[in-house]
Design a protein around this ligand. Structure first.
Ligand SMILES: [Zn+2]
Length: 323
């Protein structure tokens, strides 16, 4: 424990520390405990990092450790005084169950009201509505990567032309909450993220010359009140998915009273283990559960003014022409 004299000396040596009380610690371990549901049902594609390690396993590209995300969150939770509850059971989504959490963290795919790929129990439509209402009324939400490949808007479930069009008011209610919808990804490649708001918790740790290898999501249906934190720099990217102006990669926004954070990072093992991703994620969680504050004034019009200019739908295949 630091003595008052040691705290004063530290304050003189380290700029900024003098403003805070010597008794106050910024260590998240001393902050009020928070409870976060890490929900990983995969009604569509099931990612390696959220697979049940006890089940047979075929690694996804860039991933070799089943359930790696669970290991990392356990460590992060112990360090930051957050209890992560892991579940793939959508049938639990009822008001009394949802009420026990401070925030919901989704790494999911597909229509979660269907049993789908992993066969885990789906949400009821009422459960989905209760979940969205809980956020609207003030719970936090965190989404990584395929959280935007979840509850596709009407007509957008299949990989066809509708995926490459804006849905506007017809976007799914979940998409209207998270603030964006996955279109498609190309081959994994290194890409640059433009740092827009280094003041937001965790974003300070993203180097301006970052260049991560990742499976990058191209997205649409961006909410007009996004506070963009990182922008996908499409210059130099390979693939029709990225033949578009820059668009938001990572953002924070308000949904009613609820704080919503999303990043399109999170496919590869080496992204999950990188200090940069872990800082971005930890910062987003701290903000979403209300232990950190930030200015989330909408900035999408300045940060990514052409975010709604989408890539062209690739030449129709014979299958698609039948529709
Ligand atoms: Zn992925």
């Amino acid at each position: 424990m630091k003595t008052p004299l040691a705290s004063l000396l530290l304050a003189l040596l380290v700029p900024g520390t003098l403003l805070s009380s010597p008794e106050k610690s910024d260590d998240p371990a001393n902050l009020p405990r928070k409870r976060v549901l890490f929900f990983t049902k995969s009604s569509g594609y099931e990612h390696s990092v959220i697979k049940d390690p006890s089940k047979p396993f075929t690694p996804a590209p860039g991933s070799a450790v089943p359930g790696l995300a669970f290991q990392i969150l356990k460590t992060m939770g112990a360090k930051n005084n957050i209890e992560f509850v892991f579940s793939k059971d959508g049938s639990l989504f009822k008001p009394a169950y949802l009420a026990q959490f401070d925030a919901f963290f989704f790494y999911t795919t597909g229509d979660l009201t269907e049993a789908g790929t992993d066969g885990n129990p789906p949400m009821t439509p009422e459960g989905k509505a209760a979940f969205l209402q809980a956020i609207f009324d003030g719970k936090g939400f965190i989404g990584t990567h395929s959280a935007t490949d979840t509850f596709h808007s009407h007509g957008g479930k299949e990989m066809a032309g509708d995926r490459f069009r804006e849905d506007g008011d017809n976007a799914d209610a979940y998409i209207k909450m998270i603030g964006g919808e996955f279109i498609k990804h190309g081959k994994q490649q290194q890409s640059h993220l433009i740092v827009i708001d280094p003041k937001f918790p965790g974003i300070i740790d993203v180097p301006t010359d970052n260049r991560e290898m990742e499976e990058w999501y191209s997205m649409k249906d961006f909410a007009s009140n996004l506070h963009v934190l990182l922008v996908q720099d499409t210059s130099g990217m390979t693939g029709i998915e990225y033949e578009r102006p820059n668009y938001p990669s990572t953002w924070a926004r308000m949904y009613g009273q609820g704080r919503v954070f999303y990043t399109n990072l999170g496919h590869r093992d080496d992204v999950w283990t990188s200090p940069m991703f872990q800082s971005v994620l930890a910062g987003g969680i701290e903000w979403a559960v209300g232990r950190a504050d930030a200015d989330v004034t909408p900035n999408i019009d300045q940060a990514a003014p052409q975010a709604n200019v989408l890539p062209a739908w690739p030449a129709p295949t014979p299958d698609a022409q039948k529709k």
